[in-house]
Design a protein around this ligand. Sequence first.
Ligand code: PHE
Length: 467
Amino acid sequence: MTNGEGKPREQFSSKIGVILAAAGSAVGLGNIWKFPYEAGENGGGAFIVIYIFSILLIGFPIMISEFVIGRKSRANPVGAFKKLAPKTPWFFTGIIGVATAFMILSFYGVVAGWTLEYIYLALGNTFKGQTTADLQNTFDNFASNPIKPVFWQILFMCFTAWVVHAGIKNGIERITKILMPLLLLIIIVLCIKSLSLGENIDTTTGEVIGSSLDGLKFLFKPDFSAINAGMVLDALGHAFFSLSLGMGTIITYGSYVRKTNILTNTALEVTILDTLIALLAGVAIFPAVFYFNVAPDKGPSLVFTILPSIFQEMSGGYIWTLSFFVLLAVAALTSSISLLEVAVSYFSEELKINRNKATVYTTVIITVLGIACSLSLSSWSGFEVLGLNIFEIMEYASSNVMLPLGGLLISVFVGWYYRRNDFVDELSNGGTLKIKFFHLFFFIIKFIAPVAIAAIFLYSTGLLKFD
Ligand code: PHE
């Protein structure tokens, strides 16, 4: 397989490189920004239970499937289906994936841009002395400014394009190898600090303002009465979003994986790491949310107000805040490059546009869409469809419609269309590995995953009702 310029297809150079790149794609704003606010808006514990079920029952088997499809075909998501299912409409699954990459990266670039502003603010020590209410104002003023967020978003998209242009080994692999472990470390430190906040007592009145323990209860004591169809769809959609599934990212990365790599292990490691980091982010944030007595359902501004509040309580707050936002920006970057890579590999391999040009074109289109998302929070906020602004439409439609739809198609493809023996052959590295629990896996991918996704989808849109 060659790329648009006829060079051989690149490969990841090492096993750890694959894991870190795929984990780099999975771990990002989804874990640290989106997961806490989704959990906060959906009542905490019950959301988390359904999210974890979605990961185990649907996400993990689909991740294995995407890796197999990618490595077997050695192609971009559209080319992959063309190769494995020639002369059929299955390649539409890939087209949907490429379209989803455009949608996700448009709002993702905006939020990633926010992290750059926060690095800048942290550098100037702006958060010092700000109360949680001040921090909320800082965020609101910034997000509703029409110029600044757009400036940072464009800058971030330039970084993304630059790394993607540098290619797999030099760009993506090198950067993730160094910075991912650092991010994990800093989140653990944050968890410890957040948990040790204890009770917040008003010094003048002696009243208890809040307690970090309540945050833990909110996270881990599920209130099952909070479950409803919309929330289940949110949790399912978020499982896809967080694991980078349902749009061909893992197919694309899988296409660069060596034939000797053990795909089931890689998928397991990535899934565990991603889930762990989301839960740790929850443990870092919610105890502090309750300690400072802030509403947990604040939405997208949650981490941007709570985390600087925790850092203020820490000695060396300046350096912690700064390092955190730098690492968050890097985590966003390792995810955004995987999104852009899906589009670029499609344009260069299928439409035969040279890779550099493909990178520039796709980046420009996505950035323009992103500017619309950003402005929909300021000057264009009056424009709404079904009560959602452009930013929210992109976010909702990609996570709650496009990714589950992609996941559904992938599970049907593997379970019902693709030859089982070919699948087993690729998964077992040509029969050299013994695959445990294959029957269980296959049963899930053939029946459970598609039925569950379809049912959740139909039920939450009101097309299906249980009484
Ligand atoms: N998983 C990424 C995150 O959690 C976002 C992403 C979604 C990346 C889909 C690629 C594909 O931030």
